[in-house]
Design a protein around this ligand. Structure first.
Ligand SMILES: [Mg+2]
Length: 164
């Protein structure tokens, strides 16, 4: 059995380099997507063009839903509106409640749902707890490119090494 901290797929890629055909081959129909670090740098207000293009293409093949732990509805709703995607803010991942609400709303079989995020202890853990596929991506910097040194992820990997 997969450990709760282990991603189904550790891509080592930024989200916009994930090929959609690979997700389709995995039988995925619905994508729950983290916001800060995954689609946009957390200190930035502009969604990188490459991310927007990836989202607009994904929309043709998958049901998308944003699930953010950010408590600012103002920030998350603006990003969701830009991308024309449904959203939840203040989702309290790795707690299951909000993520399960979204899974129920999507009416999609759990094996056909994946959560994509840049953090193990929130995104990956909540996905594993909800029995959906989990996809870890690289965190985006202010320039829209993946950051080279991700201290959070390094610490998370260190912690998870001991709790596996
Ligand atoms: Mg994040």
């Amino acid at each position: 059995m997969r450990s709760i901290v282990e991603p189904y797929w550790d891509t080592k890629l930024p989200i916009y380099e994930i090929t959609l055909s690979k997700l389709q081959k995995e039988g995925i129909d619905c994508l729950l997507i983290d916001v800060d670090g995954t689609l946009i740098n957390r200190n930035s207000t502009t969604i990188p063009k490459v991310v927007k293009n990836w989202i607009f293409e994904s929309e043709m093949y998958f049901s998308l839903y944003l699930i953010s732990n950010n408590p600012s509805e103002k920030r998350i709703s603006k990003i969701a509106k830009d991308l024309k995607i449904r959203y939840k803010f203040n989702a309290l991942k790795p707690r299951k409640k909000v993520t399960l609400d979204v899974i129920n709303e999507l009416k999609c079989e759990s094996k056909k749902i994946a959560i994509i995020g840049d953090r193990i202890l929130t995104d990956i853990v909540v996905g594993n707890r909800c029995n959906i596929k989990t996809i870890l991506v690289k965190r985006l910097g202010k320039d829209g490119l993946p950051i080279k040194f991700n201290l959070t992820l390094l610490l998370e990997k260190l912690i998870t090494f001991f709790i596996k």
